[in-house]
Design a binder for this molecule. Structure first.
Ligand SMILES: Cc1cc2nc3c(=O)[nH]c(=O)nc-3n(C[C@H](O)[C@H](O)[C@H](O)COP(=O)(O)OP(=O)(O)OC[C@H]3O[C@@H](n4cnc5c(N)ncnc54)[C@H](O)[C@@H]3O)c2cc1C
Ligand SMILES: *[C@@H]1O[C@H](CO)[C@@H](O)[C@H](O)[C@H]1NC(C)=O
Ligand SMILES: *[C@@H]1O[C@H](CO)[C@@H](O)[C@H](O)[C@H]1NC(C)=O
Length: 626
C-alpha cells in the first residue's frame, strides 16, 4: 500500500506540467488518496488472513466469492460452529474500490484470466486474438464481486418459478425473494420503501450518485418505444431503468466488504487467503466428504471438516474441483485415471449471457463519458470529498429488458437485455484491447477511425440462450485450467433473437430522445464482414460472431435438480448427489441461467444455502436434544 502511495506521489512530482501524463496518473492519485482516507476514517477494517489453519473445523467453505463470502459469514453466526474460508486470491485494494476503474482489475493478479477454447463449427470471438474470448473471474476475497461492473439485478420471477416447477422445491420467486431482501441495504429512499427492497442488510445497493445526461435520454427513449421506466427489480421486469449497483458511499460494495468485514473479529471464523483448494477428500466407502487438500505458500496441506465441505469456487472452479475429487462424468474422469465416486454430469449445461460487443452510436454533443473528459483533479476531489462524481460510475448507466418477437407473448419474461453506456471502445481503447483481447487489426480498421468522436453504446444480450457448453478437465493437475467451451450460437434461434435485439437497438437510437443529439449508428463493418450490407441478417450474424461479447455470467455447471433429473449434480438443498456432507453453493447450481446479471442471484443462493445448512444441522441438534 505504501508502495502504491509512494509511486503515485513520485509520479505526480515527475509528471511536471505535461497534461497527458497528469491525466494518466489521476487514478493513481485517486487510489493513494483513497488509501489515506481509509487509513484515517474507514471503520471497516479489512479481515485478516490466518497464518495457521487448524486441523479441523465444523465447516470448510472453498472460495470467498459472491456466494462463498455470504455462506461463511452466515454460518459463523452460530458461535458454536467453527468455519474456515479458503480463498485462492488475496485482498481487495483501492483500485478495485473505485467504480469507474472496474475494467482495470481484469488481467491483473486479482483475475484468474481464463479463456475459452477455440470454437468449433459455430464460430465466435473471431475478432479476438486466437479466436478466444477472455473470461475474467475474481481471484480475490469477494471473488468476481470485486471485478464486476456492480450492476444489481435479480432476474425474472418466471426464472425462479420455472426452477420450482422443474422440481426444485423451495426455489419459487415468492420463496427466494426474502433472501434477496435479507442481504439488502438499499440507499435510494424511493426504492427502499417498496416491498421489493429493504434497508438494514449487509449489502449496500444504490444507484450511482452520478450520471451523464444521456442516461435520461435512454429512459426517455424507452418510453418513446412504448416501454415503462420502472424498477426492473420490482414487481415487473420488462422496461427501462437507471442501473442499481452494489455501491456503498460511492465505492464498490463487494461481498467481502459487505459480509466479511463486519464479522472479521469472530473467533470462530478463520479466513485463509492465498490458499488454493486442490481436492475434496471423500471417503471411498462411506462416500462422505471429510475435508479438503489445499496449497498455500507452495505447500500442500489438508484440513478436516467435522460437518460439511461447501464448494463456492464458482461456475468454472467448482466443477473442476469436483471432477478432480472423483465426482463427475464416469468416462471423462476415467480417461484421466481418476477414481469415480459419484457419476454425475458435472461441468455440463454451461450457460452464459452473450451478445454483440462494440455496438456503437455517434452523437454530436460533447456529453459522453470519456477518460480524457473526466480524469481531472476536480473529479478526483469530488470523489474523495463528496463520495460522488464520475469516478463513482462504473460505466453502465442504464439497463433495459425488452421483448423480441421470440419472447413469451404475455410480455413479462423479456428475452433481451441492454446495457447502456455513454461511451464506446474509442473512449478507452488500450484497456478495452487488453481486457477483451481485441485484435489490433480489428481495432485499427473499425474503432481507431472514430478518434475522439462522441459515442455511446448498447450491449444487447441474450437473456436465455438455448446453446449450452461445458467445462472439462484438461489435466489431473489442479493448476492446469480446464477446457472452457461455451458453444455459443449453436442454436440458430440464439442468433435470430440477438439480431432482433440489435434492431430494437437501432430503434432506440432513432427515438426523438436520441435524435435530439443527432444519434446515428456507426456503420463500419468488421474486416471479416465487409461482404454484407449493413443491417442485413448476414451482416449482424457476422458481426456477432466477430465481436462476441459476454459479460461473464457463466452458470449452471453443477445443475440443481430433483433426483429424477439425470443431469442434476446437486439436489434442491444443494447437496451433491451420492456424496455425504458436501454441498455446492454458488452460481454453478442454477438449473438455468437467470434473466439478468448473476451477482445478486449468486448472493441470494449464498443466503439460502447457508440457511438450509443451518436448518439441517440445527434441527438434528434439536432432535438429539443437545
Ligand atoms: C468482469 C466481470 C464483470 C461482471 N459484471 C457483473 C455485474 O455488473 N453484475 C452482476 O450481477 N454480475 C456481474 N458479473 C458476474 C458476477 O460477478 C458473477 O456471476 C458472480 O460473482 C459469481 O459468483 P460465485 O460466487 O459463483 O463465483 P465467484 O464470485 O467467482 O467466486 C469464486 C471464488 O472462489 C475462489 N476460488 C476458485 N477456485 C478456488 C480454489 N481452488 N481454492 C480456493 N478458492 C478458489 C475464487 O478466487 C473466487 O474468490 C461479472 C463478472 C465479471 C468477471
Ligand atoms: C457445540 O458443539 C460441540 C461439538 O461441535 C457439541 O459437542 C456441543 O454440544 C455444542 N454445544 C451446543 C450448546 O450446541
Ligand atoms: C423498429 O421500428 C420500426 C418502425 O417503427 C418497426 O417497424 C420495427 O418493427 C422496429 N423493429 C423492431 C425489431 O422492433
Amino acid at each position: 500500500m505504501s508502495n502504491l502511495l509512494g509511486t503515485a506521489v513520485g509520479l505526480a512530482f515527475n509528471a511536471g506540467t505535461n497534461p497527458v501524463a497528469i491525466a494518466s496518473l489521476v487514478p493513481l492519485v485517486a487510489a493513494a488518496l483513497t488509501f489515506i482516507r481509509y487509513w484515517n476514517y474507514d471503520p471497516e477494517t479489512h479481515p485478516s488472513s490466518v497464518e495457521k489453519v487448524l486441523n479441523e473445523y465444523d465447516f470448510i467453505v472453498v472460495g470467498a466469492g459472491s456466494a462463498g463470502a455470504v455462506v461463511a459469514s452466515r454460518l459463523s453466526e452460530i458461535s458454536n460452529w467453527t468455519v474456515l474460508l479458503l480463498e485462492a486470491g488475496g485482498d481487495e485494494n483501492e483500485i478495485s474500490d473505485i467504480p469507474s476503474m472496474c475494467g482495470y482489475t481484469q488481467m491483473s493478479e486479482m483475475d484468474w484470466m481464463y479463456q475459452t477454447s477455440p470454437p468449433g463449427d459455430s464460430p465466435y470471438c473471431l475478432a479476438m486474438i486466437g479466436d478466444r474470448c477472455n473470461w475474467p473471474r475474481g481471484k480475490v476475497l469477494g471473488g468476481s464481486s470485486v471485478l464486476n461492473a456492480m450492476i444489481y439485478a435479480r432476474g425474472n420471477r418466471y426464472d425462479y418459478d420455472k426452477w420450482a416447477a422443474d422440481g426444485n422445491t423451495g426455489w419459487s420467486y415468492e420463496e427466494i425473494l426474502p433472501y434477496f431482501l435479507k442481504s439488502e441495504d438499499n440507499r435510494n429512499p424511493y426504492l427502499a420503501k417498496t416491498k421489493y427492497h429493504k434497508q438494514g442488510g449487509f449489502l449496500t445497493v444504490q444507484e450511482s450518485p452520478w450520471r451523464t445526461p444521456l442516461a435520461v435520454a435512454f429512459l426517455q427513449a424507452g418510453q418513446q418505444l412504448g416501454y415503462e421506466v420502472r424498477d426492473c427489480n420490482g414487481e415487473k421486469q420488462t422496461g427501462f431503468m437507471i442501473a442499481q449497483g452494489t455501491i456503498r458511499r460511492g465505492t464498490r460494495c463487494s461481498t467481502a466488504k459487505a459480509f466479511l468485514r463486519p464479522v472479521r473479529n469472530r473467533p470462530n471464523l478463520h479466513i485463509a487467503m492465498y490458499a488454493q483448494t486442490t481436492k475434496v477428500l471423500i471417503n471411498d466407502h462411506s462416500k462422505r466428504a471429510y475435508g479438503v487438500k489445499f496449497v498455500r505458500n507452495g505447500k500442500e496441506q489438508m484440513v478436516r471438516a467435522r460437518r460439511e465441505v461447501v464448494l463456492s469456487a464458482g461456475a468454472i472452479a467448482s466443477p473442476q474441483i469436483l471432477m478432480l475429487s472423483g465426482v463427475g462424468p464416469k468416462d471423462h474422469l476415467e480417461s484421466f485415471g481418476i477414481k469415480v465416486l459419484s457419476d454425475l454430469k458435472v461441468g455440463h449445461n454451461l450457460q452464459d449471457h452473450v451478445g454483440l460487443g462494440g455496438y456503437t452510436f455517434i452523437i454530436d454533443d460533447p456529453i459522453t463519458f470519456t477518460r480524457k473528459r473526466y480524469q481531472t483533479v476536480a473529479v478526483v476531489m469530488e470523489y474523495l470529498l463528496k463520495e460522488s462524481g464520475p469516478l463513482t460510475n462504473p460505466g453502465v448507466e442504464g439497463l433495459a429488458f425488452v421483448n423480441t418477437k421470440y419472447a413469451p407473448e404475455h410480455g413479462e419474461w423479456p428475452d433481451v437485455q441492454y446495457h447502456f453506456a455513454a461511451s464506446s471502445i474509442n473512449a478507452d481503447p488500450d484497456n478495452v484491447k487488453k481486457v477483451t483481447g481485441l485484435r489490433d487489426s480489428v481495432f485499427n480498421t473499425v474503432y481507431k477511425p472514430l478518434g475522439d468522436s462522441e459515442t455511446w453504446s448498447l450491449l444487447p444480450l441474450l437473456l436465455r440462450p438455448k446453446s449450452t457448453g461445458w467445462i472439462r478437465l484438461r489435466s489431473k493437475n489442479p493448476f492446469i485450467y480446464p477446457d472452457i467451451n461455451p458453444n455459443y450460437f449453436t442454436h440458430k434461434e440464439d442468433i435470430l433473437t440477438l439480431i432482433e435485439g440489435i434492431r430494437i437497438g437501432l430503434n432506440i437510437s432513432d427515438t426523438p430522445a436520441f435524435k435530439r443529439f443527432n444519434s446515428r449508428p456507426y456503420k463500419m463493418p468488421f474486416p471479416g464482414c465487409r461482404q454484407y450490407e449493413f443491417d442485413t441478417d448476414e451482416y449482424w450474424e457476422c458481426s456477432i460472431r466477430h465481436f462476441t461479447f459476454t459479460i461473464y455470467h457463466p452458470t449452471s455447471t453443477n445443475k440443481m435438480g430433483p433426483s429424477s433429473d439425470p443431469d442434476a449434480v446437486v439436489d434442491p438443498r444443494l447437496r451433491v448427489y451420492g456424496i455425504k456432507n458436501l454441498r455446492v453453493i454458488d452460481a454453478s447450481i442454477m438449473p438455468n441461467i437467470v434473466s439478468g446479471n448473476t451477482n445478486a442471484p449468486a448472493i441470494m443462493i449464498g443466503e439460502k444455502g447457508a440457511d438450509m445448512i443451518k436448518e439441517d444441522w440445527l434441527s438434528v441438534r434439536k432432535m438429539l436434544n443437545v
